[in-house]
Design a protein around this ligand. Structure first.
Ligand SMILES: Nc1nc2c(c(=O)[nH]1)N[C@H]1C(S)=C(S)[C@@H](COP(=O)(O)O)O[C@H]1N2
Ligand SMILES: [Mo]
Length: 175
């Protein structure tokens, strides 16, 4: 687990931003952003689910107001500490239940589960929910993240059991 160093921690918004510049949130800035809560189940591709989690955190809409993408951005790479990553479509990133989570069930999220901030994309398989998140990269073209490069499905809808890349239909992922 990464050590949290509040003095040097930052969350970067990079890639195809509207301004062409990176945006960096410091810990005091990010932790002061307005928060909402989402009640959602959590589905892992290895076939366990955790029901009824109350996630508390910052909506992707709030982040995108402060650091908007350039026109034409259709994909987002979420980066965690040590280079873990997961790509999501912009349409999944902007869903109201997709959150930068700081709290679970009204307590700060634990170190094991992503403290201080993790992504939660509850409507997709849990490998898309990057823990210890440090950057958001706006992308004009889709690119595969850590597990997507290693044979997992580019989209990862649990209701369609989109587990592996061999199940992808044309257009569901980059070559
Ligand atoms: N940074 C990072 N995030 C990650 C992972 C990881 O290895 N590193 N594993 C993913 C996988 S495969 C799952 S199933 C969930 C597990 O989340 P949990 O620890 O809250 O159950 O985190 C996801 N996020
Ligand atoms: Mo997983």
């Amino acid at each position: 687990m990464p050590t949290f160093r509040p003095a040097t921690w930052e969350l970067r918004v990079m890639g195809a931003t509207a301004s062409g510049e990176q945006h960096r949130f410091t810990w005091p800035e990010f932790s002061a952003l307005p928060r909402t809560t989402v009640m959602a189940d959590f589905h892992c591709v290895t076939k366990f689910s955790v029901m009824g989690n109350e996630w508390g955190g910052v909506s992707t809409a709030t982040l995108m107001e402060i650091a908007p993408p350039a026109p034409g951005v259709k994909h987002v790479m979420i980066w965690g500490e040590y280079g873990y990553s997961a790509n999501v479509r912009m349409s999944d990133f902007t869903r109201p239940e997709t959150l930068f989570v700081l709290e679970l069930d009204e307590k700060p999220i634990s170190a094991e589960r992503g403290f201080p901030v993790r992504m939660v994309v509850p409507h997709l398989y849990a490998w898309k929910s990057v823990k210890w998140v440090r950057a958001v990269e706006y992308m004009l073209e889709d690119r595969r993240g850590f597990w997507e490069e290693r044979g997992y499905h580019n989209i990862a809808d649990p209701w369609r059991e989109q587990r592996y890349s061999y199940q992808e239909e044309p257009g569901e992922g980059p070559p």
